[in-house]
Structures are given as C-alpha cells and as structure tokens.
Design a protein around this ligand. Structure first.
Ligand code: NCD
Ligand code: ZN
Ligand code: ZN
Length: 439
C-alpha cells in the first residue's frame, strides 16, 4: 500500500494544506507545498478540493442476504465508496431478516471481505420484522458485529409496549432504536404524500400525521424510560417541530433526513413514474424547506441516504404495484452540497458533522470513523472537488440497481478520492478494487 500526499487540499473547507497518509493513518499535515513526500508516495494535486472525514451512512439497504438481484454487499459498498463513504450501517430488512447474531455476523463478514467500507449491521427490533416479539438484541450486541443500532426499518415498531421494551432493553449496551415512523392504519394502501397533488392525480395519500403521531409518541416513550431514540428519514414540517420540541425538553433523540427529502417534492408524482415512489413519500415544498431549516439549525442531526435499490421489474410497472425506495449513496454528497452548502446554509465543516461525525457517534463507531482530520488519526477520508459538475446516469453507477430519482440531473461536486485506513478505494473518481490496492 503506497503512501499518499494530498497537495494543497482544504481540510473541512479551510485553508490549503498538504496531508500525508502512511500506514493507515494521517502522518503529517503541513502548509501547502511544504510536506516531505515519503519514498514511493503517490502525489494527488488537490488545489481547491475539500478534504472531509470519510462519510458514514446510518441507513443503507444492501439487500444481501436475499435480494442479490437488487444489490449485494459488494456492489452496495462499492457504490458507497464511490459516494465518499467509509462506513455504512446495513439495514436489517433482508431475507432472512438480520434478527439473529448469525445473520448480522454474516453481513459483517461479507463487508470485511468486500473491503470497500466498514459495514456495520443494524439488528432488527422484532423477530422477522413482524412486530410481535423482540429479537435477540443482546446476542446481536455481543456478537462480532457489535450491533448498536436496532431497527425494523421498512416497518414501524407500532406496538407501544414492544417499543417501550426495546428502548429499555438497548440501554444495557448503549444501543439505540431507529424508528421508521409510519402509523400503519393511517397509511393502509398509501401511495404518496396526502395533499393537493395526491387528490389531483388520484393516488391514495400518506398523511403527514401518520409520521408525526409516531414520532410524538416515541419521543415521549424515550423520555419516559430514559433511553435513546433515533428517528429515521423524517420528512414533514411537523416532524421537525416535534423533534425540536423534544430536544428543547432534554429528550435524548436524534433525527435523520435523506437527500431526496432535502431536494424533491410530491409534484414529481404527476408523471406516475414509480422511481419517485418512496417511504416516507416525497412531501411538499414547504416540508422540504422545513427539513433544510431543521438540518441547518441542528434539529436534524444527520443526513442518511436510505439507499434503497430495487431491480427493474419492481420499478418498471404501474405506480401502485411498484416497490418503495430510491438509490442514494452515489449522489448524497452532491445533493447536500446543492441544497445546503451552495445555498449558504451549511459550511463544509458542518457537512463533516452531518455526514460523518454525528452518524458515527449515533451508531457508536466514533472510535474509528467521523474522526478529526489530525495527525495520528485513522486515514478514513474523502476528497471532493466542489467546483466539478456531473450529470447523473443511473446505468453508469456502481450500485447494481438504477432506480435513482436524479437521472439526467446535473449535480455539483465530485468525489475525487476515498481512503479507508489509508488505502485508496476511489482514485480519480474511479473505484479501486481492494484486491488490486493491496497487491
Ligand atoms: N425507503 C423505502 O421506500 N424503502 C426501503 C425501506 C424503508 O426505508 O422504509 C426499502 O427497503 O426499500
Ligand atoms: Zn424506512
Ligand atoms: Zn430504509
């Protein structure tokens, strides 16, 4: 593995510096042009490029085991590296469900073997995501996979007694329950956001209250039992207000927003293209504005992709029959740049917080990821060219699925290089096979 000298890069968007990576760590940070290159080092000229800690996704669907036609751990983590990530949390709604130590260890091992990013499995809260009895949370926490995030994502933990017990149980190992907030009765048959557009085009609505009612209940439950709660993909103005209220009250709640809820609205459903069908649904422009405000003021802690790959046959069909979900790993950073940085709402240092430091902390992998850019720290890094632009082409991405809602869109920013413990997983914008890099 060669050493790397990143010349004249801007750590966290600040003043230019040379950053030297050797033996898996940041070995030297010097004024621009001043670093001594170790023998055999690869020089990367990065004038104007922003250096961030490797991104951490708290919410990725890798689909393996069970739906390898949509994604595998290998393809999904290669997509993650291409998007600038060095760690992803793999959601539990696989087949079989990741509800035992055996399955989470399998996913963890597949991640290690692929070598693109660190895969941190999420454990299911209930057996088979059925919402009836608690899964082996303690066994998953004690397994090799060291699970700390538990979620029935895709489904809501609806039974308040089970939710309460899960919140109580995970306290023993500093875990967190990540809730997919969707009141099932209020969303039976729901296809898109309930509002003006759904009424006009005749699709069954998914009202904002179905999300907000569960978040309100859960923050109160978390307060009652003194536990930690994480809210997945919040999408409405009301949800932002409830989380803001809960935090002001001292409740230990964190929340995530997805790139698509920062950018897209329910208007897109007018063309009946199921690529825009997702849970929770795309909402109104006012909700998008509230999500941006919430992320800017810290009410929303992180951006998480909810990367949800689906094979063509599950999306190339009529809206009502199509699967929910869209891909996001390879476009997340660009969407955050467009909606939050280029609009002046977040600095690059803030981006490092919402896409790396905070998700690593919530997922309890902060010993290895989301670290400061400082000498001696593990070299988990991403180098971004914010001045570049590119046009999204779903068929040319690393993910095995092409259900990107951004097809044909021009986005700012390009991942130039990603490093996992000093090894380049992406160079010149192109993934470098881990096998090659070690050879
Ligand atoms: N977001 C989605 O619409 N779909 C996700 C599940 C989920 O995140 O709820 C999936 O697994 O496909
Ligand atoms: Zn979900
Ligand atoms: Zn999800």
């Amino acid at each position: 593995m060669p050493a790397y000298v990143l010349r004249s890069v801007r750590p966290l968007g600040g003043e230019p510096a040379d950053v030297v990576l050797t033996d898996g760590v940041i070995a030297q940070i010097a004024p621009a042009g001043a670093a001594e290159a170790p023998p055999g080092a690869v020089e990367i000229h990065g004038a104007g490029h922003v250096l961030l800690p490797g991104l951490v996704d708290l919410h990725t669907h890798l689909r393996e085991p069970g739906r390898e036609d949509a994604e595998t751990v290998e393809s999904g983590t290669r997509a993650a590296a291409a998007g600038g990530f060095t760690a992803v949390h793999a959601m539990a709604n696989t087949s079989p469900v990741a509800d035992t130590a055996g399955v989470v260890e399998q996913v963890w091992r597949l991640g290690q073997e692929a070598g693109w990013v660190d895969v941190q499995p999420v454990g299911a809260v209930t057996v088979g995501l059925a919402g009836e009895r608690l899964a082996e949370l303690g066994a998953m926490a004690d397994s090799k996979a060291r699970v700390r995030v538990f979620s029935d994502d895709g489904k809501c933990v609806f039974d308040p007694v089970l939710m309460r017990r899960a919140l109580e149980y995970v306290k023993a190992f500093d875990g967190v329950v990540a809730q997919h907030a969707q009141e099932p009765r209020l969303t039976e048959g729901a296809q898109m956001h309930e509002g003006v557009v759904s009424a006009e085009i005749g699709l069954a609505g998914w009202p904002a209250v179905a999300e907000e009612a569960i978040i309100a209940r859960d923050v109160l439950l978390a307060e009652h039992v003194g536990s930690r709660l994480h809210v997945c993909h919040l999408s409405t103005r009301g949800s932002v207000e409830i989380v803001r209220w809960a935090k002001a009250r001292g409740i230990d709640v964190t929340a995530e927003a997805t790139p698509h809820h920062l950018l897209l609205t329910d208007d897109l459903a007018r063309g009946y293209d199921p690529v825009f069908k997702v849970n929770p649904p795309l909402r109104t422009a006012d909700d998008v504005e509230a999500v941006r405000e919430g992320l800017a003021d810290g009410t929303i802690d992180i951006v998480a992709t909810d990367h949800a790959p689906h094979p063509r046959e599950d999306k190339d069909c009529e809206w009502a029959a199509a699967a929910f979900g869209m891909t996001g790993l390879e476009t997340a950073l660009s969407v955050v740049q467009e909606t939050m940085v280029d609009t002046g709402r977040l600095t690059w240092a803030d981006v490092a917080r919402v896409l790396s430091t905070a998700p690593a902390r919530i997922g309890r992998i902060g010993h290895a990821h989301g670290r400061p850019i400082a000498v001696g720290e593990p070299a988990n890094l991403v180098l971004v060219d914010p001045a570049a632009t590119r046009v999204v082409d779903g068929t040319a991405q690393q993910t095995a699925s092409s259900n990107t809602p951004l097809q044909g869109r021009e986005l700012p920013g390009r991942v130039v290089a990603t490093f996992l413990r000093g090894r380049a997983t992406v160079l010149d914008g192109t993934p470098v096979s881990p096998a090659e890099a070690v050879a």
